[in-house]
Design a protein around this ligand. Structure first.
Ligand SMILES: NC(=O)c1ccc[n+]([C@@H]2O[C@H](COP(=O)([O-])OP(=O)(O)OC[C@H]3O[C@@H](n4cnc5c(N)ncnc54)[C@H](O)[C@@H]3O)[C@@H](O)[C@H]2O)c1
Length: 279
């Protein structure tokens, strides 16, 4: 679907690649952009930044709350008239702890935001889009959703879930000959601050601006799956071909992917504050 002339809704749109995609979409001629985020201060900053490029509205929504999702979606339809493209970027990583050191709250919060919330937003969007006979849903998962990632096992589980769900719904829509499209996005680490402190031995950490451009291009080209960089597409192939111990050696020792999180700091955000208070 073309970005030009479309109305976009971007979750997690007040930071990182979501924020950049909102700006790029308006610069590319989008009709309007709705920004959903849990961080009210960042929403205000984003709206102030984007409004020079076109129509933008900010909404404080916790996507892990299904009532908020449903009423905010209805509000966007009321305010902007329609939603053509939904890009799901809201996501969290809470720590680099090993699983035994995690808390119940971290399990709940991470799975709710990264795995369950995309289904809430997806339900609102797909019910609207299938009724209208047009639309495009973009689910930003992660390359972590395709392989083992130690010291971020809950995040990894949430992204495996997001990919499995997104891909299954994509096939359902295809089987129904639906005009509604789904793109599943699986990027490597991106330099947005979410994974601050990590060290990547072989593969370069992605540039946020370039990654955002690639995702919008994937929407325009109706790509069903966008691994970023392209080599991410080979993870599943390698997992299928190599015995697990050889795969562990290649991805863990040679590519250094099992130690990336050793120096993770991440960002202090509302979710981590929320978890700290609840602990
Ligand atoms: N940064 C990376 O290295 C990387 C790599 C692969 C995939 N991803 C995924 O890409 C997406 C965007 O990542 P980013 O680096 O731009 O992250 P980011 O931290 O810059 O932005 C995420 C946004 O989601 C918002 N958010 C968090 N919880 C929310 C909630 N409950 N309701 C609404 N909004 C909420 C945050 O406030 C933030 O504005 C995430 O889903 C992330 O998991 C990121």
């Amino acid at each position: 679907m073309k970005i030009k002339g479309s109305t976009l809704l971007i979750t997690g749109g007040a930071s990182g690649i979501g924020r950049i995609m909102g700006r790029l979409a308006l610069q590319q001629g989008a009709e309007a952009v709705a920004i959903w985020d849990i961080n009210a201060e960042h929403i205000d900053e984003t709206v102030a930044e984007h409004k020079q490029y076109g129509t933008v509205r900010g909404y404080r929504v916790d996507v892990s709350d299904s009532d908020q999702v449903m009423s905010a979606y209805a509000q966007v339809l009321k305010d902007l008239g329609r939603v053509d493209i939904v890009i799901q970027c809201a996501g969290i990583i809470t720590s680099n702890s090993t699983f035994n050191e995690n808390t119940l709250r971290e399990i709940d919060r991470t799975m709710q935001i990264n795995a369950v919330a995309p289904m809430y937003v997806g339900l609102a969007a797909l019910q609207d889009m299938t009724a209208k006979g047009r639309g495009h849903l973009v689910n930003v998962a992660s390359a972590a959703g395709m392989l083992p990632c130690p010291n971020m096992s809950i995040y990894t589980a949430s992204k495996w879930s997001a990919i499995g769900w997104s891909e299954s719904v994509r096939v359902e829509l295809q089987r129904m000959n639906s005009p509604v499209k789904i793109t599943t996005v699986a990027p490597y680490y991106i330099n947005t601050g979410m994974f601050d402190g990590i060290k990547s031995k072989v593969f370069p950490i992605l540039d946020p601006e370039k990654t955002a451009r690639k995702i919008l291009k994937a929407v325009e080209r109706n790509k069903i799956y966008a691994g970023i960089p392209f080599s991410a597409h080979f993870i599943r192939l390698m997992e299928g071909i190599f015995p697990t111990r050889i795969f562990d050696w290649l991805f863990g020792d040679v590519f250094g992917l099992y130690t990336v999180m050793d120096h993770f700091k991440g960002r202090k955000d509302e979710n981590r504050e929320h978890l700290r208070r609840a602990a």
